[in-house]
Ligand binder design. Structure first.
Ligand code: HEC
Ligand code: HEC
Ligand code: HEC
Ligand code: HEC
Ligand code: HEC
Ligand code: HEC
Ligand code: HEC
Length: 334
């Protein structure tokens, strides 16, 4: 009897020791991920990853018995290690894809497969309440991506179905995070082929449109695209309402000031924490890799910064002036 009770106690204790009960961030659950912990690793391998999990796979013609090596196009490649380390690592491929894919060549109807949306699984589920999926979904439906493409640019086009991990909660605005976040956008906006597929208009690469910023490359590594292009929203961690470009942030002072908008966007997660801790808003930026001119209280540094900005603008103006003069001269010569 006593042993039974002890076992029961141990069992209850083991339940209490799960991450949820100890209040740890689920992000640390990552350690249990990996193919060796997946119930479906073998099925996934035999059904799908034999082909999709590698660049070179072999194909057999069952009527003639001939076998031949083929290349899997990169677009259709699903790298197993990355899949088993993503948020949906525990899934079978067939949880999201239809049984039709078990036959090859994949039958025509599989091409018309409609995929689940994030909201179908995560909406109104208290386990995921902190992500506010319902609100993100509503924001997304107001975004230019939804309205200009009738929903063609779904959540999956930015959140890779096989490799997704939420970044904003782990990263604290570091450079690598910013670059990875921006890559989500540049996959399309930095690639005229992809844009051509979605949009018939002659849409080109987007970076030249930002040359009004001094040192564009540096800015693109220091702020996220969404910091300028989404409508600010305090209740979700990552705002999703991408607005038409003419509503984007353009004023230098919106970032280079003591009340930098970056405190409500890029550094929202950190700033919410330190606001509680210290009640000092802009100190946070100084703890990061980025130092935003104007966003601290040192008059000297801010002055130097404003001086640099002033100089940049002045140089740009002089440059434009010269251009006008040269143009005029050319006109006179003709
Ligand atoms: C014999 C190798 C092989 C196996 C096994 C295989 N596939 Fe494929 N699959 C391919 C090839 C090659 C393509 C690209 C050519 C095509 O679209 O038919 C492809 C294409 C796809 C596509 C893209 C279709 C589209 O609309 O572009 C999906 C999705 C897919 N496979 C899912 C699966 C899933 C899920 C499984 C496992 C149940 C699976 N495949 C098993 C070889 C395979
Ligand atoms: C959480 C759901 C989910 C799981 C699990 C999943 N897929 Fe997918 N997969 C999708 C969605 C959604 C798309 C379509 C993406 C889009 O619309 O751009 C897709 C697309 C694909 C494609 C086409 C290429 C591409 O990336 O667009 C292939 C191939 C594929 N999946 C194979 C697999 C294999 C193999 C597995 C198992 C290891 C798997 N998928 C597991 C949701 C999933
Ligand atoms: C078919 C149902 C399904 C779909 C579709 C789906 N998810 Fe999930 N998602 C799950 C389940 C189940 C888990 C828990 C997986 C586990 O850890 O075993 C999960 C885990 C997550 C997590 C980790 C949650 C945490 O706190 O640990 C995030 C973030 C997430 N999903 C985001 C998304 C996003 C974004 C999309 C759409 C692009 C999406 N999911 C689509 C079912 C789904
Ligand atoms: C135009 C691209 C884009 C689209 C479309 C998009 N997202 Fe996001 N999403 C992002 C970016 C960028 C981030 C920030 C990177 C990160 O932290 O993972 C993000 C972050 C998230 C997060 C993590 C937020 C958190 O609190 O940690 C969730 C959840 C999410 N998106 C859900 C969705 C859902 C649901 C949809 C569709 C209704 C969607 N996203 C459509 C770009 C997009
Ligand atoms: C799957 C491809 C794709 C991805 C990923 C993507 N976009 Fe877009 N984006 C488009 C398309 C297509 C349009 C509509 C173009 C049009 O009709 O003007 C668009 C429109 C826009 C516009 C409005 C442009 C205008 O003319 O007013 C902005 C701003 C924008 N995207 C920013 C972003 C940001 C920021 C991200 C990353 C969070 C992102 N996009 C991710 C394809 C994409
Ligand atoms: C400092 C703020 C800022 C940042 C950061 C920023 N943008 Fe912009 N973006 C703007 C402004 C302002 C415009 C409008 C420019 C104009 O119309 O001359 C614009 C224009 C655009 C357009 C419309 C281009 C067109 O053809 O009309 C797209 C798409 C876009 N940006 C995407 C992005 C992407 C993707 C990133 C990240 C790599 C990004 N932006 C980063 C402020 C920003
Ligand atoms: C979305 C926020 C944002 C906007 C808008 C913005 N900046 Fe910046 N800027 C930054 C950040 C963050 C840095 C820090 C870069 C770093 O740490 O490398 C920076 C850095 C700089 C630097 C120093 C660059 C260097 O090479 O040392 C100058 C100069 C500058 N910005 C001028 C401007 C001017 C002029 C404008 C308006 C045309 C502007 N910025 C608009 C966020 C912004």
């Amino acid at each position: 009897m006593a042993i039974r009770k002890l076992l029961l106690l141990l069992f209850i204790l083991s339940l209490l020791a799960t991450p949820e009960a100890t209040g740890q961030e689920p992000d640390t659950v990552k350690s249990v991920r990996g193919a060796s912990n997946s119930l479906y690793a073998e099925d996934n391998e035999n059904n799908c990853l034999v082909c999709h999990g590698r660049l070179v796979y072999s194909l057999t013609d069952t009527t003639t018995g001939t076998t031949r090596k083929q290349l899997m196009s990169e677009h259709n490649l699903v790298v197993p290690d990355m899949f088993y380390n993503s948020v949906h690592w525990s899934f079978s491929c067939l949880d999201c894809h239809s049984e039709g894919f078990k036959t090859f060549p994949h039958p025509l109807e599989t091409r018309f497969e409609s995929s689940w949306g994030c909201i179908d699984c995560h909406g109104y589920d208290p386990n995921y309440a902190r992500y506010k999926f319902e609100e993100i979904d509503a924001e997304y439906q107001r975004s230019i991506h939804y309205t200009a493409t009738e929903g063609l640019i779904s959540c999956w086009k930015c959140h890779d179905p096989h490799y997704y991990n939420p970044l904003a909660r782990q990263a604290r605005g570091g450079r690598e995070y910013i670059i990875r976040s921006n890559e989500m956008c540049l996959r399309c906006h930095g690639n005229s082929d992809v844009m051509g597929l979605i949009n018939d208009e002659n849409v080109s690469i987007v970076l030249p449109k930002h040359e009004w910023l001094p040192d564009v490359d540096r800015h693109m590594e220091a702020v996220r695209c969404i910091d300028c292009h989404t409508r600010m929203n305090d209740s979700v961690l990552v705002a999703h309402e991408v607005m038409p470009a003419d509503s984007a942030v353009r004023g230098c002072a919106e970032c280079h000031s003591q009340n930098s908008i970056l405190m409500g966007t890029l550094y929202k997660y950190v700033s919410q924490e330190t606001r509680v801790e210290k009640g000092f808003l802009n100190g946070v930026i100084l703890r990061n890799e980025s130092y935003v001119i104007g966003a601290n209280r040192s008059k000297f540094i801010s002055f130097t910064g404003m001086f640099l900005i002033g100089m940049t603008i002045a140089i740009a103006m002089v440059h434009t002036l010269f251009r006008i003069i040269i143009k005029r001269k050319q006109v006179v010569h003709e």
